[in-house]
Ligand binder design. Sequence first.
Ligand code: PHE
Length: 340
Amino acid sequence: MKEKVEQYLNEIKHFVAETEEHAEDFRLKYLSKKGIVPSLFAELLNVAPEERKTMGQLLNNLKTTAQNKFEQLKASLSQKDQVKKETIDLTLPADYLNLGSRHPLSIVRNEIVSIFSRIGFRVNEGPEIEDDWHNFTALNFPKEHPARDMQDTFFIEKDPDILLRTHTSSVQIRVMQNEKPPIRSIFPGRVFRNEAISARAHCIFHQVEGLYIDENVSFADLKQTLYYFATELFGPDTKIRLRPSFFPFTEPSAEMDISCFICGGEGCKICKNTGWVEILGCGMVDPNVLAFCDIDPEKYTGFAFGMGIERITMLKYQINDIRLLFENDIRFLRQFESAL
Ligand code: PHE
């Protein structure tokens, strides 16, 4: 029996467990009710009484050795487990990062800003919440002008009137109040009009306004600037035409058409068979407006123009519903990734 115990002690010492199951096998083999250790204790009854004491000590030693070994096995396995969980495999491919794309309106706005900055225009911004004076009065709108009606404009407060700006022309006024000529600046921004939402119109949209004030600025300067802009944005073959129009803050006023870049002037759906598409309003700054901003209209002249970014974006990318630009449907927006 003594030899058997020695042999088991040796076996226990060299036992290795790779998994939890191995450790459990060990427990079953030595320590469970029917395992080696309890059965050796049972055999103790058959040992001669004078040897029982030493054998008992040997068996006790075997039992504690087996118990300690089992604890040790469990501890080292759980440590291994921990290490496994914390190890990062640097050879694995990285997680796919879903990148966004630039919104088509931002792409077009950035392009417009870049075209004008190449000929010396700076960028200014103004508040979306305006007072009546900056949005209407200083822009020479008469008291009874329909734009001043609740039907057309979102008012936040009446008397004194606080409203959501209906155009970026309000920024003209702020810039002319704060700076002295020469002024050469563009103002991109969001504007608001009380309109029913449809495929063609939205109550929120974006404009870029331009303003140039200096001595001897003429209508020819306006025309040349806009011609440069049109050819940069729509291609070198683009032609422009100016039609007389009316805005309270410019005199004379005009609307600018470009030759249809889809059919080249032949006539198609986009230009409604006219060969021309309207893209902006413009004119020479009305002397009253200069005077409202303390700029001497005898000394200075200037031109202004304003365009809708949605309209230009829709023309450029042939988008037939303005609402697509505001829904932020990822399937729509993804199509502009390549334009980055
Ligand atoms: N503010 C005008 C609009 O919203 C556009 C415009 C700007 C016209 C500057 C002339 C000069 O329609």
